[in-house]
Design a binder for this molecule. Structure first.
Ligand code: ADP
Ligand code: MG
Length: 311
């Protein structure tokens, strides 16, 4: 088993792209681009709460960074730097090597430098702090949705939750859905390109980590508006529908934009080769309230809205 310092040197010190001083000193030095605001966010993954003990370490390495990248995508930011605080039981090489590979694979995909962190012995958990840049005043926030705006979601929400349900034996998926759902669960693709494209267009945005309705609820409350939802091709009542409406862990973007941008957003979907689905509209009303209809216009009462760690 390598010492703490050998472990950091060997697995977490990699050449950087845009950092003045990275891993190895008491602090890192970065030079933000003039005219840009820094966007900073942090997210934890704890064994037993966010991942199973048996999770493949390479997939976990990817996801540990990806969930943080997703928060910056939701802000319309360009991710640039990350710090990794790791709590590891026995940092065995055959676990930490693939974890680091997955982590740096994600870092390379999104152009992120790992510039520091902390390493401690204990029950396995990871905390990433991520920094990104956005031109001053252009960040996408949760509080800008206005009555009349369209509500959109990227990708195929519900796939990650369905993949997890399969692994837990609560459903039995067949190919090709199985591969797609497990990929969504293990290798989420944070929508950075979409977030960047939505600068100046979206009125509000959030990444879907706790479930579509729960995260929409945050936008509605912070924007002090209500919503009328009509979700195309919503599955019939049951696990699949619950996963679409309340499954967490998708890391898709949910956003609002003035209705006159509908055409521009449809074109964006084609350009980014990413499904973007209009799922309803913002209306004036009690903050946070929504009415949900299926394709035929029938009102639906969802069984559950999403994940809350303290419920
Ligand atoms: P200090 O005792 O001064 O806080 P540490 O011994 O904790 O320093 O860390 C040494 C260097 O290694 C620091 O630059 C720190 O940012 C970096 N580091 C520690 N753990 C990690 C990690 N898991 N990932 C990336 N960098 C790390
Ligand atoms: Mg330290």
């Amino acid at each position: 088993m390598p010492s703490e310092f050998a472990l950091i040197d060997r697995y977490f010190k990699r050449p950087t792209r845009h950092t003045e001083l990275g891993v190895g000193d008491d602090g890192a030095l970065i030079a933000p681009t003039p005219g840009q605001q820094l966007v900073i966010s942090t997210d934890m993954l704890v064994e037993g709460t966010h991942f199973l003990a048996a999770t493949d370490p390479e997939a976990l390495g990817w996801k540990t960074l990806a969930v943080n990248v997703s928060d910056l995508a939701a802000m319309g930011a360009q991710p640039r730097w990350a710090l990794l605080a790791a709590v590891l039981p026995a940092p065995t090489v055959d676990w930490i090597e693939p974890f680091a590979r997955g982590f740096f694979d994600c870092a390379a995909s999104y152009g992120i430098d790992l510039i520091g962190g902390d390493t401690t012995r204990g029950p396995r958990a990871f905390c990433v702090t991520i920094l990104g840049e956005v031109p001053a005043g252009q960040a996408l926030r949760r509080d800008g949705a206005k009555a009349g705006d369209s509500i959109w979601v990227s990708g195929r929400p519900g796939q990650a939750a369905l993949g997890l349900a399969h692994l837990q034996g609560r459903t039995a998926l067949a190919e090709p859905a199985l591969a797609a759902c497990l990929a969504a669960l293990h290798r989420p693709q944070p929508r950075v390109a979409l977030g960047l494209a939505l600068r100046g267009i979206a009125s509000a945005a959030i990444d879907v980590s706790d479930g579509l309705l729960a995260d929409l609820g945050h936008v509605l409350e912070q924007s002090a508006v209500a919503a009328r939802l009509r979700i195309p091709e919503l599955p019939a009542a049951g696990l699949e529908r619950d996963c679409v409406l309340a499954g967490g862990d998708d890391y898709e973007l949910l956003f609002t934009a003035p209705a006159q941008s509908d055409g521009e957003i449809a074109a964006m979907a084609a350009r980014l080769e990413l499904p973007l689905t209009r799922i309803g509209e913002i209306v004036a009303g009690p903050p946070g309230e929504f009415v949900l209809c299926d394709d035929s216009g029938t009102v639906i009462t969802p069984a559950t809205c999403g994940y809350d760690h303290f419920k």
